[in-house]
Design a binder for this molecule. Structure first.
Ligand SMILES: CC(=O)[C@@H](O)[C@H](O)COP(=O)(O)O
Ligand SMILES: NCC(=O)COP(=O)(O)O
Length: 246
């Protein structure tokens, strides 16, 4: 059965607050206050909060994930590589959604989607565990048909399309970079997989992406959104994204 947001072609904005934690950690105190920012983003209209705790806790700390639980009343999305500590944290926090990302330890940022064929049995096992606890699952993938088909076989509820390549090509003026994403989304829709997207999405490229991707349920946006907010203000920026996602 289709989720309501698919029927009405609605795309939710989940704001990734990693960069707020990066700024806070630079001084060791509590400025800016991550929980206050998460709360304000929701007040401004943000429809979800995303965090991506990394094993070195260089921005989001595991304790932040716990502290955010009572604050996030919209969609709570926790992203990360499903190592033991991460799995335990997610099961403890019980977010709305867990997004599995195959990060190498120490990676500057996420730089690839899963090989859902090579990791099929591992992903299937982890996904079943999260779903048993009522947590929706999503797998970070490149827009490649075999990877979408492999994702379907794991039993995941959704995929998250890794949009770095699109964002890069679009910034160079090349709109053709959207094509593999359109194909991947059409296949995911056919297979009954929900579609999320993220990485390097911005005020410049989000409307074009949204208008071309059928059934886009959610985008998670952090780096560009927080940078744009330095000039335009967080309230204003959240609402500019909401307008572009209509
Ligand atoms: C999964 C993904 O695309 C990442 O963009 C991510 O969540 C951001 O992580 P960093 O803030 O550590 O770069
Ligand atoms: N899943 C992608 C995400 O949460 C944000 O990525 P970015 O906007 O910081 O590149």
């Amino acid at each position: 059965m289709f989720e309501n947001s698919i029927r009405f072609n609605m795309t939710k904005l989940s704001v990734n607050i990693n960069k707020i934690a990066t700024l806070r950690n630079a001084r060791g105190g509590n400025v800016p206050n991550l929980l206050q920012v998460a709360s304000d983003i929701q007040k401004f209209g943000g429809q979800g909060i995303t965090i991506h705790p990394r094993p070195d806790e260089r921005h989001i700390r595991y304790q932040d994930a716990r502290d955010l639980k009572p604050i996030v009343y919209t969609e709570y999305n926790i992203e990360g590589n499903p190592q033991h500590n991460f799995i335990d944290l997610v099961l403890e926090c019980k977010p709305t959604q867990v997004t599995l990302v195959p990060d190498a330890i120490g990676a500057i940022t996420s730089s690839a989607g899963w090989d859902t064929v090579a990791n099929q049995s591992y992903l299937t096992e982890v996904i079943q565990e999260f779903q048993r606890h009522g947590i929706r699952t999503s797998i970070f993938v490149d827009p490649i048909s075999a990877m979408i088909e492999g994702a379907k076989k794991t039993g995941t509820d959704r995929i998250e399309l890794y949009t770095e390549a699109f964002a890069h090509e679009y910034s160079l003026g090349d709109e053709k970079g959207i094509e593999p994403y359109v194909k991947a989304a059409e296949l995911a829709n056919e297979l009954g997989l929900g579609i999320n997207a993220g990485h390097d999405l911005s005020l410049d490229n989000i409307q074009f992406f949204k208008q071309n991707i059928p059934g886009l349920l959610e985008v998670s946006i952090g780096h560009a959104l927080i940078a744009e907010a330095l000039y335009l203000g967080l309230d204003n920026v959240v609402n500019m994204y909401l307008q572009k996602l209509k």
